[in-house]
Ligand binder design. Structure first.
Ligand SMILES: [Zn+2]
Length: 471
């Protein structure tokens, strides 16, 4: 049970899908991709279910827009440097990887925020700690029906502990095999493209690679697979063309080769990567390659990224960045990068402001998500020494007397008479310069932000903590 060897039969079985019009022949270029922001969802959940919804971890909240039958949602959970991907469809769930050990709680909380109590399939792409470290926490927190492993033995303590838990909990353990399918839901095709029967010496190249297809929309999840696997897949007769590519190995130069990217021709590329990681991921040349071909989302900049599709249209919701509505012809490389973006859309901004004043008490230890406030810290670049503040309100906000502080309040910047326009962003640079409407200068002669990690805090003129962003 579990993994179904009847690949072709399964594909035939899912034809009656609504909206799926002969996906093989139909040009995927008319698939539409929209990006929205978390805020609107946040409002909905606050209205719907009362105060407990405010218990947001700093990794939350990306909630489903349309739960239930009809939509497949793939969440690329922000676990810093590592991978964790949640698939949800029709009440079924699949978790691919669980981040490092200390991210197990983040993943667990995220799933619980989605109202998930059991997981149909847990997939460990390969036994590196940034993919399976958090597994024990997950396996101990949810009823898991199937565990799918790459089957390549590994001697690390993390892997052994994971196997012990699987054994103790009596979770059916299955080994992924190229060409087979994971029986997730009859309407969603989950095909295993890797590993093959012969393992590579490189653990990353034995990653489980999944192609997930629903209607006309497809996702290619590469784990940490690199050029060797890409070559194999390109020579293996697979239809690699996918709308959404989860780039292999955190967009390291060990993968995402030119030929492979053009075979996949993604409309959207997702990079799961931690800010300021030791490996320099994503590598510049790979990032450029992906950006040329597609619209790139990264967990280090965007936070958790949720892609929802009804089989023809995709909606992208990111946790941290402001919204850009992107209409992209997926399947045609150029369109993704050239997509027009439209300004941030805001709803019910007045209630937002009231909420932010109430919730924004400093020193309470509450972690405020950027999604809670109309004005928020939208980006922080430790190395290049700048911070970005965005106002997604429908009206301008006077920031006079507002403050930016770093971790431990070692440095403070106080806004003078500055008005941040509606649906606009301002960048505050550490050094000297002449202020403009889009650029402000702190005037500091030495760096403010700690490259090893820092948090930016934004306070309003009454000293209420409005937003914070950790990098
Ligand atoms: Zn990895």
């Amino acid at each position: 049970m579990g993994i179904n060897a009847g690949l072709k039969d399964d594909q035939a079985a899912e034809e009656p899908l609504q909206g799926a019009q002969q996906a093989g022949e139909e040009n995927l270029a008319d698939t539409q991709v929209h990006a929205e922001e978390t805020e609107s969802n946040q409002e909905e959940s606050n209205q719907d279910s009362g105060p407990e919804e405010n218990n947001l971890t700093d990794n939350g909240p990306v909630t489903r827009e349309n739960p239930g039958i009809g939509n497949l949602t793939v969440h690329f959970i922000d676990v810093g440097q590592g991978d964790s991907i949640l698939l949800e469809y029709n009440g079924k769930t699949m978790l691919v990887d669980a981040g490092e050990r200390d991210k197990g709680k983040v993943v667990t909380a995220y799933l619980q925020d989605q109202g998930i109590s059991g997981i149909d399939y847990v997939v460990a792409t390969h036994p590196h700690s940034d993919h399976i470290g958090g597994m024990n926490e997950v396996l101990n927190s949810f009823q898991v029906k199937h565990f799918v492993d790459s089957g390549f033995p590994h001697t690390s303590k993390t892997y052994e502990n994971m196997l012990t838990t699987i054994d103790e909990k009596d979770i059916p353990f299955e080994v992924a095999e190229e060409g087979k399918e994971i029986e997730f839901d009859p309407a969603v095709d989950v095909e295993i493209l890797n590993p093959g029967q012969e393992y590579s010496d490189d653990l990353n190249e034995n990653s489980i690679v999944l192609k997930v297809s629903y209607g006309e929309t497809s996702f290619l999840l590469m784990g940490d697979a690199g050029l060797e696997t890409e070559e194999k897949l390109m020579g293996g007769g697979y239809d690699l063309d996918s709308d959404i590519l989860k780039a292999g190995h955190h967009a390291s130069r060990s993968g995402s080769g030119e030929a492979f990217i053009s075979s996949v021709s993604p409309g959207i590329s997702i990079i799961e990567v931690g800010a300021g990681n030791d490996y320099g991921h994503p590598h510049e040349e790979v990032l450029e390659r992906l950006q040329k071909a597609s619209r790139v989302y990264r967990t280090d900049l965007d936070g958790t990224i949720a892609v929802t599709t009804d089989g023809s249209t995709c909606t992208v919701i990111t946790q941290k960045t402001g919204s850009e509505k992107v209409v992209t012809g997926t399947g045609t490389s150029e369109n993704g990068a050239d997509s027009p973006s439209i300004p941030i859309i805001t709803r019910e901004t007045e209630s937002e402001e009231v909420k932010s004043e109430e919730a924004g008490e400093p020193g309470t230890g509450t972690i405020s998500s950027s999604a809670d406030h109309a004005v928020y810290v939208s980006d922080l670049n430790l190395k290049d020494e700048w911070i970005e503040i965005t106002n997604r309100d429908a009206s301008p906000v006077l920031l006079e007397g507002w403050k930016i502080e770093d971790e431990g309040s070692k440095h403070t910047y106080t806004f003078s008479s500055y008005t941040l326009s509606s649906q606009a962003a301002v960048t505050l640079y550490t050094g000297m310069g002449t202020d403009t409407s889009a650029k402000l200068y702190w005037g500091s002669e030495s760096p403010v932000w700690n490259n090893d990690g820092d948090t930016a805090y934004l306070y309003d003129n009454s000293g209420n903590l409005i937003s914070e962003l950790e990098r």
